[in-house]
Design a protein around this ligand. Structure first.
Ligand SMILES: [Zn+2]
Length: 495
């Protein structure tokens, strides 16, 4: 009983294999070019279809073959009802020969083809050879083929398909009309899955179908295979939570919670969530992949990219707190350390330790400082402490005539000039994270105000610092005024 039931089952990928050019998803350029050449009757001796797996190369080859031999063709495509069309669909067409290049790759296999091409087609106009994975042919097999594809009998058409175009010799490529197939956009795959669900009487959440489409990375066949797997445990209703549970995927809610904990510097919370996620059956590698994908999406969002197909989810679904807390620099760092973590996992004594170390680092990410920021802060420190030091020295020496330029006495070599050029840089901080420079200025301001850093009322951030530094920069050309400016800096004597 089980066997007979199984015999009736056809995987979705072959059931929904495109049968006309219009059904070929995501390959508009290829389709329009092939249609035009069929219409104008410019049929090449050899076609070379290249592109990633599962994007429709073999389907396109079969559609082209049927168009060429259709009793009503070859104008716009196969009619699908004539004897030739139906025979080719069943794989019974005598004039269309499909050869797997991987298992028929020797020079003898090609010699057999060379002998066969001398016999004209039996039922159709053309005798068509579809050679899949043509890059697997041996060098001598390619050489043997060369002459045949250059000057074949007029009724012969070769259609080669390959996923690895670079392995096809240039001598072959130059004798073929080439078509590059592209990855199918996620939205297109999602739309097809939705249509299939409708025809199969299955209800499906949009998010769940979107996830399947995203996971299949542009391959319709992969999408259908994953779809079949999901259908097998979904009992007529495809839901995101069920997919996560059955396939061990970290859900967005969990990732948001983890990112929230990290944004709040809550390491204990982050560890607890990590344990919870791993206990739910998510593999460590999968978890790192999901987490890296999450931080990548935050980084894209932070840079104004809102396309759902790139982010994986709708922008509004990501943690607002994490987006507010981390700027681009910190998100880059998070992504980098997660990618490192993934690389390290396979060499580690304990993948779990690697993951926990990464999570620990993520939980104090907001305090992480990039080398560039550190450099800026040091530069700021040099200018301020340098100027203050000079001024203090002057006060101690009590020299009445300030004729000598103060700049010369600075311990650091002309830092004011340097800072004057680079000064705007620290102010360009785009993110919400607080940089070391900001921190440093805040400290200085607090020191200047004596008791409280809020004492300056509605003036924002670090007014003392800004006015002091900016004025210093403006006035350095006139050394006699430097002292006036420096007096603005609170507590002129700074150790
Ligand atoms: Zn037909």
């Amino acid at each position: 009983m089980a066997e007979s039931a199984n015999q009736g089952y056809e995987v979705t990928a072959s059931k929904y294999r495109p049968k006309t050019f219009d059904e070929l998803a995501g390959q508009e350029f290829v389709v329009s070019t092939l249609k035009n050449s069929l219409q104008s009757g410019h049929i090449a001796h050899a076609y070379l279809f290249s592109g990633p797996r599962g994007c429709g190369k073999t389907s396109a080859a079969r559609i082209l073959a049927r168009s060429l031999n259709c009793e009503k063709g070859p104008a716009q495509g196969p009619c699908g009802v004539c004897d030739n069309c139906r025979a080719i669909s069943r794989g019974a067409g005598m004039d269309v020969l499909e050869i797997d290049g991987a298992s028929n790759n020797s020079v003898n296999d090609v010699r057999q083809i060379k002998d066969e091409v001398l016999f004209p087609p039996q039922a159709g106009r053309y005798k068509i050879y579809i050679i899949d994975e043509v890059h697997m042919l041996s060098g001598s097999a390619f050489n043997a083929l060369l002459k045949t594809i250059e000057e074949p009998p007029p009724y012969i058409v070769f259609i080669f398909a390959t996923t690895e175009l670079h392995k096809v010799p240039a001598t072959i490529k130059s004798r073929c009309q080439q078509f590059n197939f592209r990855l199918i956009p996620i939205e297109t795959i999602q739309g097809i899955l939705k249509k299939v669900c409708g025809e199969m009487g299955i209800t499906a959440e949009d998010d769940a179908l979107f996830w399947i489409a995203r996971e299949s990375t542009g391959s319709m066949r992969d999408a259908f295979t994953l779809f079949d797997q999901v259908v097998s445990f979904s009992a007529g209703s495809i839901r995101s939570d069920l997919i996560r549970e059955k396939l061990g995927i970290t859900g967005l809610e969990k990732l948001n919670a983890l990112a929230d904990a990290c944004a709040a510097n809550d390491a204990p919370g982050a560890f607890a969530l990590t344990g919870e996620i791993l206990d739910s059956g998510v593999a460590i590698e999968q978890f790192v992949i999901d987490l890296a994908g999450y931080y990548r999406s935050l980084l894209l969002l932070k840079n104004g990219i809102t396309r759902e197909s790139l982010l994986g989810y709708r922008p509004a679904l990501f943690s607002a707190k994490a987006l507010e807390t981390f700027d681009s620099i910190r998100l880059e760092q998070a992504l980098e350390l997660l990618l490192d973590c993934y690389r390290d996992i396979r060499y580690s004594v304990s993948p779990r330790f690697e993951l926990e170390t990464a999570v620990s680092k993520l939980s104090w990410l907001s305090r992480w400082i990039s080398p560039t920021e550190l450099g800026e802060a040091v530069e700021n420190a040099r200018s301020v402490f340098g100027n203050a030091g000079v001024s203090a020295a002057r006060q101690v020496q009590q020299k009445p005539a300030a004729s000598a330029p103060a700049v010369r006495e600075m311990p650091a070599p002309a830092p004011t000039a340097n800072v004057a050029n680079t000064a705007p840089a620290p102010r360009q901080s785009t993110g919400n994270g607080r940089s070391l420079s900001d921190e440093f200025k805040r400290m200085l301001a607090a020191k200047g105000n004596g008791t409280s850093d809020d004492a300056s009322g509605d003036e924002e951030d670090v007014p003392l610092w800004d006015s002091a530094v900016n004025k210093t920069h403006e006035k350095t050309e006139n050394p006699s005024q430097v002292e006036n400016v420096l007096s603005v800096i609170p507590g002129t004597v700074i150790e």
